[in-house]
Design a protein around this ligand. Sequence first.
Ligand SMILES: Cc1ncc(COP(=O)(O)O)c(C=O)c1O
Length: 408
Amino acid sequence: MRSQLEMDWNKCFALRTALMRRSAVRELLKVTARPEIISFAGGLPAAELFPVERIKKALTAVLDRAGGQALQYSATEGLADLRAWLARQFSNSRLQVRSENVLITTGGQQALDLIGRILLEEGDRVILENPTYLGLLAAWRPAGVKFLPVACDANGLRVEDCELLLKQKPRAIYCVPNFQNPQGTTLSLARRKRLVSLVRKHSIAVIEDNPYGELRYSGRALPNLLELDARNQGAGGFDSRVIYTGTFSKVLMPGLRVGWVIASRAVIEKLTQAKQAADLHTSTLSQYLALELVGQGFLEEFLPVLLENYRERRDAMLAALGKYFPKTAIWTQPEGGMFLLVTLPKHVNTGALLPAALKRGVAYVPGEAFHLNGEGKNTLRLNCSNARPDQIEAGITTLGSLLNEICT
Ligand SMILES: Cc1ncc(COP(=O)(O)O)c(C=O)c1O
């Protein structure tokens, strides 16, 4: 029995908190962090590749050069030099990005959260890939939006299926065109062009979330949606229906918590107002550190190392799946990124199977969590960036023998 002095907090919380829940993946990560487990669960980069010594030097250089300035409050929009660096990186003959088109955020996740805050009203409809990124669902669900899921195939979001849904007048389309989480698939060039012409015709905002785009191991890089849609406006930068989000989490380190939005100036202005209320600004020290690294050309040095290692891991996983998984299983063939999605025969419930897998020392994420409408019970997401190739071989062997027991 609750004593009279005890507060019943559940009666105090705002109604929208009923739509908040912990992420199944983040909860699972607590279990899978045990050293004896080979984990294919998290979307984690390989920690042993983090350039610790280089970061120590960069941190010292920042503090020597900027001193107290690097530890001070700073502008909500982000460090001017970091914004300018990003503007240069994203500019090309088709797209003219100015610093005013860039907002620095606390990881890509905050970018998605802020975009939800400025765009969405209760009851709004949002088109997205099914399955999709869990963090987006967590950020936007409390706004009381209705998600309109669209199936994906080997070429990503089935854009032709979006057309019918446009009759429901959605407020936005959320899409991860490169090496999607959880499927690892990439939106084809033809579909990119079709999506852009569709949103132009219907004046709908597209959120292009691209945390993995730089991690391409095979195939040809494709233009991003922002580039395909934007119209240059001289000194004003550009205008576009696309709001692009990026991050250093997957190419440098997630602990930095530095991401960004690139969008039309009006969008950046509104997002800046929302960010001011959320956290004043992204960590000044993290931004200085990121700038110190990328400004000195560190990514050109480090990215090839990452790509070589991750390509090897992806190949090891694809080879092991072919050798050890049941013949009735199928999986996506990612050209980059960190994930692939396995589909098993209909009777297999990957959520129910997880405890047995953990007991044998292997972790994955049951696919249902990423799906809307309760689909995907017979799917599982595998991360291929965190474990070493020998661990991948061992983990997939173990998981394959478990699956073979129930699939035959
Ligand atoms: C699709 C997608 N978007 C955004 C993020 C957020 O990344 P961060 O907040 O670490 O920059 C992630 C992280 O896993 C992701 O998979």
